[in-house]
Design a binder for this molecule. Structure first.
Ligand code: SF4
Ligand code: SF4
Length: 330
């Protein structure tokens, strides 16, 4: 019998306002980039997401992307919507790429402060530094201090290395390895607590031990991926999707939260939830003729993504669960 997933309580999470981004970081869980359509969450979808979020016990969220500051008027509108629903905004995430000069940044920060925003999560990592010169990050931090918004560094641990480089330009991961050692990026995956999903799978594939499919099946629980029911760091997106766990590329209609998911509407998520990666592998093989592409994988999630990509790109199934489609084409 298929165990039914029921997400009935939300602990801590956020709203993805947009997937388009100024950067294409190699660790990005959602595969964001400038290539995505320049769509921002609309009023109706934001309202729907927020109502559901509140009804499931959550009254505090963060705003993330993509880069939320790529459309500042829309960002302010979302902030107002959240405020109107008496939901606390923990922080807004940013990669600082939007910083042009102190005057314009401080004007924007003052508006946000007036609208109740108290904290910015400022991304600091070698992965971000491949796309954003650190001088922008430093200047934005200074503007935060001047205006009274608290800049929360994620993560300060990388500051010594990043600050030691020429801050006026970007630096590749190869440069970091050449300067700080061949293990630097591999260790950075742990220091930054990177999830092995989205674009980060390429990094895990390069830097982590690999396992055959039989190895993966032998260590994974056949009772299913418990990650799917975890709401410790959930996200709703601009399309009204709820992303279960940190399993980017999987999607549940936000309106289906709070009740048992139908295996007819959600065969893939139901299979992964009740039978795990092994069950999903055989499901894809038997139903759609999937054959594994590689001799080994860095994790069950790399295999899961390969199967899902096959279903979208080769079996060409139309699925409510495998969204947004850009995730699979980026
Ligand atoms: S990690 Fe952040 S800054 Fe980098 S591509 Fe993803 S959303 Fe953009
Ligand atoms: S195997 Fe798939 S469903 Fe399971 S945790 Fe990984 S990405 Fe999520």
């Amino acid at each position: 019998m298929t165990k039914k997933l029921n997400i009935s309580h939300l602990k801590s999470g956020g709203i993805i306002t947009n997937y388009y981004c100024s950067s294409s970081c190699s660790h990005c869980l959602y595969r964001c980039s400038p290539e995505w359509p320049q769509k921002y969450i609309d009023h109706k979808t934001a309202h729907h997401n927020l109502e559901i979020l509140k009804s499931l016990g959550c009254d505090s969220i963060h705003i993330g992307g993509g880069e939320p500051f790529l459309n500042i008027p829309e960002l302010i509108r979302v902030v107002d919507q959240i405020n109107k629903m008496s939901i606390n905004i923990e922080y807004i995430e940013t990669n600082s790429s939007w910083f042009k000069n102190s005057k314009s940044a401080e004007e924007t920060l003052c508006i946000l402060l007036d609208h109740g925003v108290k904290n910015l999560l400022i991304s600091i990592s070698p992965f971000h530094n491949e796309f954003v010169p650190f001088v922008k990050v430093k200047n934005l931090i200074n503007s935060c201090y001047k205006t009274g918004i608290y800049p929360f560094f994620w993560i300060p641990d990388f500051l010594p290395e990043i600050c030691s480089l020429d801050n006026s330009r970007v630096h590749s991961l190869e440069e970091y390895e050449n300067l700080f050692g061949a293990e630097y990026i591999s260790q950075a995956l742990d220091r930054y607590m990177i999830c092995p999903g989205g674009r980060a799978q390429n990094l895990f594939s390069k830097y982590r031990k690999r396992y055959t499919i039989n190895n993966i099946f032998s260590v994974e629980s056949s009772s299913g991926c418990t990650e799917l029911s975890c709401t410790d760091h959930f996200h709703f997106d601009l399309f009204g999707n709820f992303i279960p766990g940190l399993c980017s590329g999987l999607s549940i209609d936000a309106g289906d939260l709070g009740k048992q998911l139908s295996p007819d509407k959600y065969p893939i998520i139901s299979c992964l939830h009740s039978k795990g990666i092994k069950g999903f592998f055989y499901y894809a093989m038997e139903e759609y003729g999937y054959i594994a592409n590689k001799p080994s994988y860095s994790s069950k999630c790399e295999l899961c993504f390969e199967i899902r990509k096959f279903l979208v790109a080769e079996a060409k199934i139309s699925s409510r669960e495998l969204l947004p489609l850009e995730f699979y084409s980026s």
